[in-house]
Design a protein around this ligand. Structure first.
Ligand code: UTP
Length: 226
């Protein structure tokens, strides 16, 4: 299968620990024996910290986004380091490069691309671009909830949701640099228009990626609303 995986920066760069990169590299290496993998790495706290400094300097939203993109690419570089020769040695800066690098047969890694969206949106566009069979969003909670499960004990996780339902939840949220709580509007619109098979799983345990590919019932599955 051709699989696009988006890894939230909040998981992979947590506590500035190299072990998470190693754990991810081990699983991705195993998965790459049977699948063609494209990985999009998020920015996490370091991106938000840098964006905050840029904001303090009165940078525009687009300039703040640009800072965020640089940080996602740094995280992407660390994952390449962890994967050693199993990853294409350069971070793909756009979708054409991602496609070009994939001819090598190695795992292709990218971060952000352009301002005004998240790395999840990059993942969805990449999934369209390379005609992926599956997109997996590795996030810091078990799936998609009706409210923040870290703040509300009664938060309920969706096992299935349609893009239409997600868009109505998202219409009330902010869309500024460094503020994407879960899949942003752009991501969901792309999933909807191309009917991309998408799974949201808890990426704290990278083994969940393999489980998702094996068809185990974990996380939230975004199903077509047609
Ligand atoms: P992330 O995709 O990591 O944002 O990009 P996020 O969802 O807030 O963070 P985590 O990783 O899930 O914790 C970090 C920031 O970089 C900019 C945005 O400002 C985003 O908030 N960015 C990223 C872009 O503008 N364009 C991109 O293609 C990617």
């Amino acid at each position: 299968m051709k699989i696009v995986i988006t890894i939230g920066g909040s998981i992979i760069i947590k506590n500035n620990d190299h072990n998470k990169f190693k754990d991810y590299a081990d699983i991705l290496r195993d998965m790459s024996h049977e699948n063609q993998l494209f990985i999009v790495v998020g920015g996490g706290k370091p991106a938000r910290d840098y964006i905050q400094i840029a904001r303090g300097l009165k940078a525009s939203e687009a300039a703040c986004d640009d800072i965020g993109i640089e940080v996602t690419r740094l995280n992407a570089k660390l994952l390449i380091m962890a994967l050693e020769e199993d990853a294409y040695p350069q971070v793909a800066k756009n979708f054409h490069e991602a496609l070009e690098f994939s001819v090598s047969g190695k795992i292709v890694i990218m971060g952000g691309t352009e301002p005004a969206h998240s790395t999840d949106a990059v993942g969805s566009i990449l999934a369209e671009f390379v005609n992926a069979d599956l997109m997996i969003n590795a996030t810091s909670v078990d799936g998609l909830y009706d409210k923040d499960p870290n703040k509300f004990k009664d938060a309920k996780m969706f096992t299935e949701i349609t893009p239409g339902e997600m868009l109505s939840i998202l219409s009330s949220k902010e869309n500024k640099a460094g503020t994407y709580e879960f899949l942003d509007i752009t991501t969901v619109q792309i999933i909807k228009r191309s009917n991309i098979k998408t799974l949201i799983v808890n990426g704290e345990d990278p083994e969940n990626l393999q489980k998702a590919v094996d068809g185990e019932k974990i996380g939230t599955s975004i199903i077509s609303d047609i």
